[in-house]
Design a protein around this ligand. Structure first.
Ligand SMILES: [Zn+2]
Length: 323
């Protein structure tokens, strides 16, 4: 390799780049994230309205793995033939996986949807994932007992179940893993007590750990100077936006590995207050990597390698872009 410094390879196991809040700048976000080492993005649809956008994004970007699913928050807003429409997307997009699906008894949006209906819709999509032999990305908030029961009844799922933004207990990890679960960590983990987060991470088998951004949500609550912002996000103070522009437009950045961008930004901006409502950028998977590796007390390089390998294995189903 000579003097060439190798860049870390990262795989965003769950995000929503089609989301209306960032869809207009998605190509730019993908480019910026690719420049800091993000090789692939698993883009999850959430409702009938955005499946077409996800399909198009998958056609435009070779790095985007499209996923189609009906998220529990949108269960009440779907048409009566949603499942037929969904099946149609898998027929026309053979490289797609399933997601985002799930159960939610905790968020206001989840509580607003009848749980029996949520469960039915979730089970129908799990069954679809099994028939298709694809991994399924699962959102689970305050419904882990129900999830375990369903997985026990319908599982195991050898193609994999991705428990995205995992914040469940460390005690459940072993049981969930037996049903085929992978545990994906996002910036939400930074909102949890570090000791608890550490216990969860330590319970996860090495071959089941994934990293994600859930962009445009789940902005990691770390030093704002170390984050990458979505261009034009009005909730981000101008000083922070400007730093990003300076960093990304300097010639130095495109020629050097990811760490130089992050180190460069980290040096400034440490004293600025945190813009809590800011949108998350897929390049911030680097901050998730830093945070998770520090709790696991392993190097960033090692965690990048482990999680990258796991995500490649999981998304290498027949028909996948990775095969
Ligand atoms: Zn999501």
């Amino acid at each position: 390799m000579g003097t060439l410094k190798l860049q870390l390879q990262l795989f965003d196991a769950h995000c929503h780049l089609q989301d209306g809040r960032i869809g207009q700048v998605a190509s730019q976000l993908i480019q910026t994230a690719a420049n800091v080492g993000v090789r692939r993005f698993v883009v999850n649809g959430t409702n009938e309205e955005d499946w077409e956008l996800v399909k198009q994004m998958g056609e435009t970007h070779s790095s985007v793995i499209p996923c189609f699913g009906l998220h529990p928050w949108f269960v009440g807003k779907c048409s009566s033939n949603w499942l037929t429409v969904l099946r149609g997307f898998f027929e026309t997009v053979p490289s797609a996986a399933v997601g985002e699906i799930g159960l939610d008894k905790g968020c206001a949006q989840g509580k607003a949807v009848d749980f029996i209906t949520q469960t039915q819709v979730f089970k129908q999509q799990l069954e679809l994932a099994r028939q298709l032999q694809r991994p399924a990305s699962v959102h689970c908030v305050s419904a882990f007992a129900d999830l375990q029961e369903i997985l026990r009844e319908m599982g195991p799922f050898p193609a994999g179940i991705i428990l995205h933004s995992y914040m469940g207990s460390s005690e459940m990890v072993q049981t969930l893993a037996k049903f085929g679960a992978y545990f994906s960590f996002s910036g939400f983990l930074t909102s949890m007590k570090p000791q608890k987060a550490k216990r969860i991470l330590q319970a996860v088998p090495t071959d089941r750990i994934l990293l994600e951004t859930d962009a445009p949500d789940a902005l990691p609550h770390v030093n704002p100077g170390s984050l990458v912002w979505v261009p034009g996000d009005p909730t981000v103070p101008e000083e922070l936006q400007k730093q990003l522009e300076d960093q990304l437009t300097s010639d130095r950045v495109s020629a050097e590995p990811s760490s130089s961008i992050h180190e460069g930004i980290t040096k400034k901006g440490g004293d600025l207050s945190f813009p809590k409502k800011a949108l998350n950028h897929p390049a911030n998977i680097y901050s998730v990597l830093q945070y998770v590796s520090s709790l696991l007390e392993i190097s960033e390089e090692e965690l990048a390698q482990i999680s990258y390998k796991n995500t490649i294995r999981l998304f290498s189903y027949p028909g996948s872009k990775l095969c």
